[in-house]
Design a binder for this molecule. Structure first.
Ligand code: SF4
Length: 320
């Protein structure tokens, strides 16, 4: 059974047009996405900025209310649970962020930050147990127990991300939504954090929904990957297969920008023209058609269905 199961999820936001107008338009941030995350696995979610992947990650754990669709966590329908009913479940799904500095209270010490998570869920019997647990968690993420009395500004970006991971781990979750957790870090530090996440997964059986714009990072950590464009999944499958032989023209373009690990692999760069269209007024037919280098006439009018093409691959393109 899937740990997280999402069916046809939609997240739409109303946007007011002006102070004198009551009419509003709708941003279709997530527009009919289905996915499953198995216990202990990593599902990668990749796409350009504005494709809806972060909104999907937040909606998956009910930090944002979905407009339509269904979310099941560990067999339980959490789509419309009240915040009171969600509270006891919250420790099972946690989130880590791109900017750990923004999510760590600068006026709290590391012990207070991690200890707060323990206190909220009643996971430390007393101050001594709390202190010991914080030291253990710091050690688990490669920091020293002596760091507990310091403040977030005293750490590097990579160390702050480790603190964010320790805080998420404090409540012993089953799933962590990782929202671009390495995008703001130097390349060498990125590898350290990705390796730490993999190591923690092996030791604790954690599942990750790993969100990134960089397919190379996602390929490194994920067993399966979904590629999103304008709020929809355009391709999905085993990460290695999708990266070795991408089928959708958008995935091919994304991958062409990633240097091949094997120098024998020749990739010619596909330069996409234009920006990602507005999700307020997405293009008709295939939403990728204004930028697609191989678009045909029918692409302007017919929406491609996300089809299963075998070998656990899915693609939404008329030409595949
Ligand atoms: Fe390109 Fe048409 Fe395929 Fe869309 S459906 S990706 S426009 S070829």
């Amino acid at each position: 059974m899937s740990l997280l199961s999402i069916r046809n999820l939609q997240v739409h936001f109303p946007v007011n047009q002006g102070i004198f107008s009551k009419a509003h338009q709708v941003v279709r941030a997530v527009d009919g996405v289905s996915l499953d995350v198995e216990p202990g696995e990593t599902l990668g979610l990749v796409g350009e900025s504005g494709c809806g992947k972060s909104t999907l990650g937040r909606a998956a754990i009910r930090l944002i209310a979905p407009t339509a669709g269904e979310i099941h966590f560990d067999g339980r329908d959490i789509t419309r649970l009240s915040s009171g009913d969600l509270r006891p479940l919250r420790r099972q799904f946690q989130m880590i962020f791109q900017d750990p500095y923004g999510s760590l209270n600068p006026r709290m010490t590391v012990e207070e930050i991690i200890g707060e998570a323990l206190d909220i869920h009643g996971l430390a019997a007393d101050a001594s147990a709390r202190h010991g647990r914080v030291a253990e968690l710091l050690s688990d993420v490669g920091l020293d127990a002596s760091h507990a009395n310091r403040y977030p500004h005293e750490f590097s970006g990579g160390q702050r991300q480790r603190i964010g991971i320790a805080r998420a781990l404090a409540v012993e979750p089953k799933l962590i939504v990782c929202d671009e957790p390495v995008s703001a870090l130097d390349v060498s530090v990125q590898a350290q954090i990705v390796n730490l996440l993999r190591d923690l997964q092996d030791r604790r059986g954690l599942a990750y929904l790993f969100i990134a714009h960089d397919l190379a990072v996602v390929e490194h950590i994920s067993r399966r990957v979904l590629v999103m464009y304008l709020g929809r999944v355009v391709e999905g499958g085993e990460a290695r297969e999708v990266c070795r032989a991408p089928k959708h023209p958008y995935t091919q373009a994304l991958l062409s920008a990633v240097p091949a690990v094997d120098p024998a692999t020749k990739r010619s760069r596909i330069v996409l023209t234009g920006d990602v269209p507005s999700p307020i007024n997405p293009p008709s037919g295939c939403p990728f058609h204004p930028r697609c280098p191989v678009a045909q006439a029918r692409c302007r009018t017919e929406v491609p269905v996300n089809r299963d093409i075998g070998n656990r691959r899915q693609v939404a393109c008329h030409l595949v």
